[in-house]
Design a protein around this ligand. Structure first.
Ligand code: FCB
Length: 472
């Protein structure tokens, strides 16, 4: 028996951090040569983002980064995961680098290093330059080559100070929400396009790994972040298990097999045969896509419960992502179940076991590969009370449960090397606009005032001591 009242100790070299993404926090959408991304266009399209919100100003981090870095330093965070805006670094998506855009990341990185905070950079967190979308976006093979060139430009300028690089954040969302259900930019709704986009994103990843390795010092760490799904069949009945196999294929194995084993899963190719013949896969692509990585990043929020259609259910729920159309290119006959129990403000069930399941699965499938939890956190309807304090006990409970799951995974031999909380700041939550608050720091968007929530102080103490206290 473990002692439930004892704090859980994390390894001394465990990397603690917080995460953000460029479009969600930077603002300054038209400054210093930045050109529009697909998210600028999408957020301006009526009906796509709640309340008509855009990232034009966001948290104004582009101008306020010194104060935000000081805030992180005050919380004692040793690492910070952020993304570079492609249309800032290489406006329009091709051509020369934009010095003024790179200067911003140069200043940010120096500010971080000056405060003893390790920068962890992601090259693509969904802000495709609009010109590239106009030329076909991720359905066009050329976009992958443009991405690798952009990766090289960023690495040339910043590679002497950024030790950890991630190519893509959650390509599942870019492909399947962007081109399948259309709830994310660019808002296309074509399952064949979603699968072509998927392949070209992976090709972009592989080409960028090559470009980064060529440009970076040999000590640099190169990674990829996936939002793998903890897929659960509703029952053990064969039809439910079959539904789980198919969604596991389209959520997990469609990434893990090509990236780590250089092949697409045969069952996924068969399941999607009606949608596409996969002729966009060319000789040599899978060798490119499966270049060795130094670690894998996992983003986790909630599990995915699936079942076969039930004739008694006249209106089965087709997907868990809020769109009218399914993001899944081949999900006929599969329904998605709203899980019971406690939910966050996103309506996402709180279930930390899903994180443990995924981490142990990765341990078994990719033995020895270091893992990072690159996002985990929760939205709640936080507000500042009359004294100015922001009490968020639900978020603390969520974080506690998920960090306990990480600890349990480490004890089970999973090489989890770090944890990045999503998010440092309340920010632009994509199609939900500013209505969903994931930050451990509250942002009043009218005044841009930052207020650390109770969870920020709680997390700072976990980071300082390396100990997860018993649950409150
Ligand atoms: C992830 C995204 C991140 C944020 C969280 C809540 O899918 O990577 O930008 O929106 O969800």
């Amino acid at each position: 028996m473990t002692d439930q009242s004892a704090p859980l100790a994390f390894p001394a070299d465990f990397v603690w951090g917080a995460a953000t993404a460029a479009y969600q926090i930077e603002g300054a959408a038209a400054e210093d040569g930045r050109t529009p991304s697909v998210w600028d266009t999408f957020s301006r399209t009526p009906g796509k983002v709640r309340n008509g919100d855009t990232g034009d100003i966001a948290t104004d981090h582009y101008h306020r980064y010194p104060a935000d870095v000081a805030l992180m330093a005050g919380l004692g965070l040793p690492a910070y995961r952020f993304s570079l805006a492609w249309p800032r670094v290489r406006p329009g998506g091709s051509g020369p680098a934009n010095k003024a855009g790179l200067d911003f990341y140069d200043r940010l990185v120096d500010e971080l290093l000056g405060h003893g905070i390790a920068p962890v950079a992601t090259l693509y967190h969904w802000d495709l330059p609009q010109e590239l979308e106009d030329a076909g976006g991720w359905t066009a093979r050329d976009t992958a080559h443009r991405f690798a060139e952009y990766a090289a430009l960023a690495a040339d300028r910043l590679g002497d100070r950024i030790a950890t690089w991630t190519t893509l954040n959650e390509p599942w969302c870019s492909a399947f929400l962007g081109y399948g259900s259309g709830v994310h930019a660019p808002g296309r709704t074509d399952p064949a396009a979603a699968l072509a986009a998927h392949h070209h994103l992976l090709l972009a990843h592989g080409l960028a790994v090559g470009a980064l390795r060529a440009a970076l010092p040999g000590t640099a760490q190169v990674s990829l972040t996936l939002n793998l799904a903890a897929v659960r069949p509703l029952t053990g009945a064969p039809a439910d298990r079959e539904a789980a196999r198919r969604i596991d294929g389209l959520a997990n194995r469609i990434f893990l097999d090509p990236v780590f084993h250089g092949r697409y899963p045969a069952d996924v190719l068969a399941d999607t045969a009606e949608v596409t013949d996969w002729s966009f896969v060319r000789d040599g692509d899978l060798a490119e896509i499966s270049r060795p990585l130094d670690s894998l990043g996992l983003n986790y929020y909630t599990p995915t419960v699936v079942a076969a259609d039930d004739p008694a259910d006249p209106a089965p729920r087709r997907d868990g992502h809020g769109g009218e159309r399914s993001p899944w290119p081949a999900d006929r006959g599969i329904r998605f179940l709203p899980a019971d129990g406690e939910r966050t403000a996103m309506g996402w069930p709180v279930d930390a076991d899903g994180l443990y399941e995924l981490l142990t699965r990765l341990r078994d499938e990719l033995p020895g590969l270091p893992l990072l939890v690159t996002e985990n956190g929760a939205a709640y309807d936080d507000y500042s009370d009359p004294t100015g304090a922001v009490h968020d006990p639900e978020r603390i409970a969520y974080l506690h449960a998920h960090l306990a799951a990480v600890h349990r995974a480490i004890a089970a031999g999973v090489p989890v090397r770090g944890y990045f909380l999503w998010s440092l700041l309340d920010n632009f939550e994509w199609a939900y606009g500013y209505g969903k608050r994931f930050g451990i720091v509250h942002v009043d968007f009218a005044s841009q005032r930052r207020t650390p929530k109770d969870s920020a102080r709680w997390y700072a103490e976990v980071v300082r001591t390396g100990l997860l206290p018993p649950p409150a």
